[in-house]
Design a protein around this ligand. Structure first.
Ligand code: ADP
Ligand code: MG
Length: 876
């Protein structure tokens, strides 16, 4: 091997510790990458790959970026899924004896980013650590008589949130999905197969990081407590192992004290209304089934928050609705208080709008990455907190009072920042211009010196002009040799002897004098000293603020929640929502419920409200029939969305609602082909169905929107029939089943707790009109042929289809007038179901129109025109 330079050997020493990251190595004004890193960086960043001669014929690949462009390039690498380690010069290159001291100052991974450019303002960025239950560190715990559970810890470095839990294997996947982590830490020896359901950025760490004793010590040291009992997680052994490993990883990457992670919160998934991934997607809670963006999601309707703090909190609530009646009632009460007072709402809205992302500002302060603008933003944000406290002064809501008591006054901090940092500081911390006049005597002196230095030079110019008689004499400055005196050619004969010639230019000469140089060194020295002093002062101020981080974050948590209540109140008033009665009972009773999203996408006032009644006695399973486009799917979803809204503490789109708390919502909706995963529609459909049948409890709400569509009619019908019987006999969970198999309405003859409903349509000749009204009873036909006609299928095809349908339907019932489908030794004893009376077909303006339409004897042409008009109205 050829001898390598001291700098390269320094590089190798540092790179050895960070093999898995792209290493940016600061050399002068550049960050350089070497070897494979250079090849990767040049490809991903589209920068030039060069090479450096090293020894004879030995070339080292090299790719560099200017130091000021670091952020931009790091962002691109992280987005492309890489880790980045940044190695800085730790001393002034000019002053260094020998090789410049360098070391890693930051490691950036997808789960540990703090740069705003890499974070979504309204979403958390979770890093999680998981210990699978088959690992030796966990076996030790099991020997202690503990259950076999996965340890899980989650942290959002950018906000300071830190959670710990122990998860049963069956819940693990949904928990991971809920966090949507941007990085997962696993022990080296762990098998990662259980994560194969999605693409994750996985980082493996040596097993010893997950050792319980080590992890426990790490947490105690960090929180400076004698045990974890105060946080309520002393007993979570595997959870603690995961939490300790996460903390170790963060410390290793950030190289700072992480003061903003000031508590760890244990939780159990059983405390939440569980929404599996398919359900979250199907109900379009935070994202659309297809396409990007939030528009058209439940979140987009409810989100009128004014701060990123509130936006993230609301999102978190929607992904984990609660089961705790007390907490929910307190949330309702808080929202109600804001609904009652328009003034309070408006004042809060304008005050909250002035508050910036306190959590992320704190995280950057705590990790030593906040600049002066961040500090100013913090000042302006905490400055309005007393106004918020004031607004809540008269509140009678328990939760609002709790929030108020956790909001602090930061006037000391505001004063400190106000008197020390200029109003619009620059981005850079090392170029000066940050600290206000009058804050620091030392700095003021330096600045005076610099200013008087400049005056002195102006005076010198005047003086020299007089002395020499050269009116065009000028004192100038350049980077090469500093201050100089410039004399033009025609005047050169007037130059005094003590001027020292330095440079010849096109139309004259430049000179220096000893006097000029002496002053110059004072002035230039002052400028450097000012920059250094300002930076020092800034760091002290930042550290001073750092001491208040816990209190700021506690206030931020309150602000976040307040912002959510205010948002829910605004939305409730605007959309005419009602406060649902929530209880532990098993009834879901909704009068004139609406779909919160669909009602906003159609013309105001045209959404047809519908009632719903589900319970575990007579109305356990609702079979909803009706033609395509009638509104079945909308009706199903609206019930689930109303339940979710109620269980985050929101008001709901209905005239009245009573919601018995639901523990899980399952959906099997639509034909969402997962082609990317190579699962056929029908298989995917059956997998979702299996998941429901294996996991639903009596407290669950199940939505089945078409089952068995992906296979032949008889197949599909048989499966649907059997699934319903199972739901009825074994699971007893509240179920809504929308189907175009009108044959399934026969189930209510057989099963006691099954009710039939249908979404009404009106036939008019060969036309059909959608009335959108859900009424008692099953529809007796599928109307598929009418819809086909609407779609413009040739008349000949329609007529023939009608004939065939008649043939098929001719023999549907057995001679004893029971459905043929119902026969079999596994079938329960038939019993006639009572019909429900809740749904008296309500008076809808369109019904009236229709009646008129039928009464008045119109000419066929008039009738047709009228019909078209109505259709447009309804289908809008
Ligand atoms: P289905 O599932 O029966 O085929 P959808 O639920 O998809 O029908 O509804 C079709 C369309 O009808 C929806 O996109 C919506 O615009 C409209 N719609 C559904 N329900 C209502 C309602 N209650 N009031 C007004 N329009 C509705
Ligand atoms: Mg549908």
């Amino acid at each position: 091997m050829s001898k390598i330079t001291p700098m390269l050997s320094q590089y190798h020493r540092i790179k050895k510790e960070h093999k898995e990251a792209i290493l940016f190595f600061r050399v002068g004004d550049f960050y350089e990458t070497f070897y494979e890193d250079a090849v990767t960086a040049s490809k991903v960043l589209n920068i030039t790959l060069t090479s450096r001669e090293h020894g004879k014929g030995n070339k080292i690949p090299l790719a560099g970026i200017p130091y000021h462009a670091l952020d931009r390039y790091v962002t691109r690498l992280i987005k492309a899924g890489y880790k980045v380690a940044i190695c800085d010069q730790l001393e002034d290159a000019a002053l260094a004896k020998g090789i410049v001291k360098r070391d890693i100052t930051e490691v950036i991974t997808p789960g540990t980013v703090l740069r705003p450019s890499l974070l979504k303002e309204k979403e958390n960025n979770y890093l999680i650590a998981i210990i699978p239950d088959n690992l030796s560190v966990v076996s030790a715990n099991r020997a202690l008589g503990q259950e076999k559970k996965f340890g899980l810890a989650a942290v959002d470095l950018s906000t300071g949130e830190f959670l710990v839990s122990e998860i049963e294997h069956k819940d693990l996947r949904e928990e991971i999905n809920r966090f949507a982590p941007s990085e997962i830490i696993l022990p080296n020896s762990a098998n990662e197969d259980f994560l194969s359901f999605r693409n994750f950025h996985i980082t493996k760490k040596e097993d010893y990081h997950f050792d319980f004793n080590l992890a426990y010590e790490k947490l105690l040291n960090h929180f400076k407590t004698a045990s974890l009992a105060g946080f309520g997680c002393e007993e979570m052994r595997t959870g603690i192992s995961a939490a300790g490993a996460i903390l170790a990883y963060l410390e290793e990457n950030q190289k700072t004290a992480l003061n903003h992670i000031y508590k760890i919160s244990p939780y159990t998934p059983s405390g939440y209304l569980l929404l599996d991934q398919a359900t979250k997607v199907n109900l379009e809670i935070t994202s659309k089934i297809r396409g990007e963006g939030e528009e058209g999601t439940l979140l987009s309707i409810l989100d009128q928050t004014k701060t990123p703090l509130g936006a993230r909190k609301l999102r978190g609530w929607l992904l984990a609705p609660l089961l705790n009646l007390n907490v929910l009632k307190n949330r309702q009460e808080a929202t109600y208080e804001l609904i009652k007072s328009t003034d309070l709402r408006n004042n809060l809205t304008s005050t909250l709008s002035q508050i910036q992302d306190l959590e992320r500002l704190c995280a950057r302060i705590s990790c030593g990455r906040a600049n002066a603008r961040d500090i100013k933003a913090l000042e302006n944000s905490v400055d309005v907190i007393p106004q918020v406290i004031n607004l809540l002064e008269k509140s009678s809501s328990v939760r609002l009072n709790e929030i108020k008591n956790n909001l602090f006054d930061f006037s000391d901090l505001v004063n400190l920042i106000d008197k020390s940092i200029v109003d619009s500081p620059p981005l850079s911390l090392t170029e000066g211009g940050i600290i206000k006049e009058g804050y620091d005597v030392n700095l003021d002196e330096l600045r005076n010196l610099m200013r008087s230095g400049k005056e002195w030079i102006a005076k010198l110019q005047e003086g020299e002009r007089k002395k020499t008689g050269i009116q065009s004499l000028k004192v100038g400055f350049n980077n090469v040799f500093g201050y100089y005196i410039e004399v033009t050619k025609p005047n050169l004969h007037l130059v005094p002897a003590h001027y020292v010639r330095k440079q010849t230019i096109a139309n004259g000469e430049r000179f220096i004098t000893p006097e000029l140089k002496e002053y110059e060194s004072k002035v230039l020295g002052a400028e450097e000293k000012i920059k250094r002093r300002e930076y020092e002062l800034f760091l002290t101020i930042r550290d001073e603020i750092g001491k208040e981080i816990k209190k700021i974050l506690q206030s931020a948590a309150g602000i976040a929640e307040l912002d959510v209540f205010n948002s829910l109140a605004i939305v409730a008033v605007e959309n005419n929502y009602v406060r649902p009665i929530i209880d532990e009972g098993d009834e879901i009773r909704i009068i004139e419920g609406r779909h919160p999203v669909v009602e906003k996408t159609i013309e105001r006032g045209t959404f047809v409200p519908n009632d719903s009644l589900l319970d575990n006695q007579e109305n356990q399973i609702i079979i909803l029939t009706g033609p395509n486009m009638a509104g079945k799917s909308t009706y199903l979803r609206q019930i689930a969305l109303i339940v979710i809204m109620a269980q985050i503490g929101s008001f709901v789109p209905a005239k009245e609602a009573r919601i018995g708390l639901v523990d899980r919502i399952f959906t099997r909706i639509g034909a969402s082909d997962d082609l990317a995963k190579g699962v056929s529609t029908f298989l995917a459909e059956m997998q979702e169905t299996a998941n429901i049948l294996n996991n639903a409890t009596t407290k669950s709400l199940v939505l089945l929107d078409e089952i068995g569509r992906g296979t032949s009619t008889f197949d599909g019908l048989s499966i649907a029939w059997a699934v319903t019987e199972f739901l009825h006999h074994r699971l007893c969970c509240k179920t809504l089943f929308a189907t175009h198999y009108h044959e399934l309405t026969e189930l209510s003859r057989e099963l006691l707790r099954v009710k039939n409903y249908n979404v009404t349509v009106k036939e008019w000749g060969d036309e059909i009109i959608f009335l959108r009204k859900v009424v008692s009873g099953g529809s007796d036909q599928s109307y598929g042929i009418q819809v086909a006609r609407l779609a413009g299928l040739p008349k000949e095809v329609i007529e023939r289809a009608k004939e065939i349908l008649a043939n098929l339907e001719a023999d549907e019932l057995t001679p004893t007038n029971l459905p043929k489908l119902a026969r079999g030794s596994h079938a329960p004893t038939p019993e006639l179901a009572k019909q429900l009376t809740l749904f008296i077909p309500a008076e809808h303006p369109i019904l009236e129109e229709l009646r008129k339409l039928e009464l008045e004897k119109m000419t066929p042409l008039e009738a047709l025109n009228k019909l078209e008009e109505l259709k447009r109205k309804i289908n809008k």
